[in-house]
Ligand binder design. Structure first.
Ligand code: MLT
Length: 270
């Protein structure tokens, strides 16, 4: 589906009925990465998964995509859909956007699902590597970005033994316009440290991370969760940075349970 918001066309999935759940994808992917979750969760929830600005089928504008800008795009989409309160989930960059959203509109968030993400800002070294990747995207195109990103996104075991999944993720990356890559990399590099926000998160929070995640490793997840008052951490074995794709069954089980508890569905079912 598509809506015009704030002068751009935003593409999104809106499937199922029940308490709303919003899922924000990682960089440089798009909403299709949530396909194994949408399939299962839409049986009990209304699942909304947008393509963030510059990704998938959503317009790629010029300029820096700050996490606040991306969060405001999501806010505008949800406003046009008439959705006030929801559980908000994000993976990696999606998690940065979820934290930016929570900072501005905490009253709209019933629960937070933070996957393979972190609250701290980039180190100078990380900023430099983003600038390099951005320049590579401009000089060599999106294929070079896919080659650089795949080893960071997937666990070594996934990379060596699951060529079909590797190819699927590669194809998702190839759908991202270079302009989107450049805008998102600059936005992530500029994102503020959100550590101060963590003790103020009042809603139930689930932190999920792949055991072999090299971008946001389990110790980062545990430290983040310790600072959030009502938080629980789950580490998904045998997964890297994309446990929702690498271990969808284990991922869906913990997420579904969290969503049922957070939205009251578990109590209704007795
Ligand atoms: C992502 O998966 O969204 C990115 O790898 C996050 C990052 O580069 O910090």
């Amino acid at each position: 589906m598509r809506r015009r918001i704030k002068g751009i066309i935003m593409a999104y999935t809106d499937r199922g009925h029940g308490p709303p759940v919003v899922l924000l994808h990682a960089f440089p992917l798009n909403r299709q990465m949530w396909a194994p979750q949408v399939r299962v969760l839409a049986r009990e929830f209304r699942v909304i998964a947008p393509d963030l600005r510059g990704h998938g089928r959503t317009t790629a504008t010029d300029g820096v995509y700050t996490m606040d800008l991306l969060a405001d795009d999501v806010r505008a989409l949800l406003d046009t859909l008439g959705i006030q309160e929801f559980v908000l989930g994000g993976l990696s960059m999606g998690g940065y956007v979820a934290l930016a959203f929570y900072r501005q509109w905490p009253e709209r968030v019933r629960g937070l699902l933070l996957c393979d993400t972190r609250a701290d800002a980039d180190t100078p070294e990380r900023r430099r590597s983003r600038e390099e990747l951005s320049q590579r995207a401009i000089d060599e195109g999106i294929e070079a970005v896919a080659s650089a990103m795949l080893p960071r996104l997937l666990a070594p075991d996934t990379l060596s033994r699951r060529p079909a999944l590797v190819e699927r993720v590669r194809r998702l990356i190839l759908q991202t316009p270079v302009r989107g890559v450049v805008g998102a990399l600059a936005g992530m590099a500029q994102r503020p440290d959100s550590t101060d926000l963590l003790p103020r998160i009042a809603c139930p929070t689930l932190v999920v991370t792949g055991e072999d995640d090299a971008v946001s490793p389990p110790e980062v997840a545990r430290t983040m969760c310790q600072l959030i008052p009502r938080c629980q951490t789950v580490i998904i074995e045998g997964a890297g940075h994309l446990p929702n794709l690498e271990r969808p069954r284990a991922f869906n089980r913990v997420v579904r349970q969290f969503l049922r508890q957070t939205t009251g569905l578990a109590a209704l079912a007795g």
